[in-house]
Design a protein around this ligand. Structure first.
Ligand code: SAM
Ligand code: SF4
Length: 352
């Protein structure tokens, strides 16, 4: 059955539903395109052109877009990302504003009547310094990126010597009570695929869920090759060989497939964007740091919310643009097919 973008939930509030019947629940906001790392799979060591500060949305503008999504569509989770979100000044101020948003009581959401869930993805370089402030501001969950436990390899991947800071950041995030703390690992063949078991063991020791991410064709330099992708089946087999696993029930709209360790020591996840796309369950939309609304990481179209925000548009106008965008959302990306077209902007510019 083809559903419309205005389909209502039983309580009457119009959900934001695309033409394939997927309801939007999750908003990813990129707060900056800038970063203090230069991960090889994301951006070049030199030569990135940053957005002029004038086009980057202010915290007031970001809050307005978030409020519209929560009030009008029942969006119940917001994840802040970038670029590196912690390089933006006064990030706790934004988190506090967002954490004060409440999912409407009549929203078709398990969080109806409760504050939205505010999450953050960070490279962790300064996390030890800011984790407590972030938590006090209302952050609940956090994902920290960590692709290797070896200093030289860390420098090779990120072009920065910050492994110890990231490790300390993970410890501090756990200690101040952020929950859950998850660790994101982008697996690249010939780079860190030899550390899959070591990173899984790290997660078990620390009591954090490691999520292995398949390498996606969103690096700024366009160096991605399918040969460099280590697929979910291989990742799971390698871990299962050492730490036997049992798959957990279906992921729903979450991007990760999850397994539990049979000895009871935690869980592990894999985000199989390339080998097992989960587009049919996608509940996400995205806002770039310069205020462009996107319905997919791989979308080639963007919808200019910034123009509306800065030219006197009403909330109804912003809502209408978002409904139009979501109405045009495609079924899924086509990585690996001849029809695949890389988006014009790369991961750090979109907001991963
Ligand atoms: N700077 C923060 C960080 O690194 O966690 C947040 C932004 S980063 C773009 C978000 C996530 O995307 C990180 O976990 C990063 O490892 C991942 N990522 C970046 N480029 C990727 C790529 N080409 N394929 C898969 N994941 C990628
Ligand atoms: Fe920066 Fe994150 Fe991209 Fe690494 S993955 S360069 S930390 S934005």
């Amino acid at each position: 059955m083809l559903r419309s973008a205005e389909q209502s939930n039983p309580a009457g509030r119009p959900n934001l539903v695309d033409s394939f019947g997927r309801t939007v629940r999750d908003l990813r906001i990129s707060v900056t395109d800038r970063c203090n790392f230069r991960c090889t799979y994301c951006m070049p060591e030199e030569g990135m052109t940053w957005l002029p500060r004038t086009v980057v949305l202010s915290y007031e503008e970001l809050h307005r877009v978030a409020r519209i999504c929560v009030e009008r569509f029942g969006v119940d989770g917001i994840r802040l990302t970038g670029g590196e979100p912690t390089v933006r000044a006064h990030l706790p101020v934004l988190i506090e504003k967002l954490a004060s948003l409440t999912v409407p009581v009549d929203a078709d959401s398990p969080r109806a009547g409760r504050p939205i869930d505010v999450a953050l993805t960070t490279n962790g370089a300064t996390l030890a310094l800011v984790a407590d402030d972030l938590r006090r501001a209302g952050l609940s969950r956090i994902n920290v990126s960590l692709d290797t436990l070896q200093h030289a390899k860390f420098r090779h991947i990120t072009k920065r010597d910050e492994l110890d800071s990231v490790l300390e950041g993970i410890d501090v995030a756990v200690a101040v009570g952020l929950h859950p703390v998850k660790v994101n690992v982008v697996v690249q063949r010939g780079v860190n695929d030899d550390e899959i078991v070591a990173l899984a063991a790290f997660g078990r020791d620390k009591g954090v869920e490691v999520r292995f991410i398949e390498f996606m064709p969103l690096d700024a330099q366009g160096h991605w090759l399918s040969d460099a992708v280590v697929g979910q089946d291989e990742i799971v087999a390698v871990i299962n060989n050492v730490f036997p696993l049992e798959q957990l029930p279906a992921r729903g709209a979450a991007p990760a497939d999850r397994w539990r360790y049979l000895d009871g020591v935690g869980t592990v996840g894999v985000i199989p964007t390339v080998t097992k796309p989960f587009c049919s369950d996608c509940d996400r939309v995205r806002l770039t740091a310069d205020g462009q609304f996107r319905t997919c990481l791989f979308a080639t179209d963007e919808f200019d919310v910034r123009h509306l925000l800065r030219n006197g548009a009403s909330d109804d106008d912003v809502e209408a643009l978002m409904r139009r965008a979501v109405g045009e959302k495609w079924a899924g990306h086509r990585i690996g097919q001849v029809s695949f077209v890389r988006p014009r902007r790369s991961m750090s510019q979109i907001g991963g």
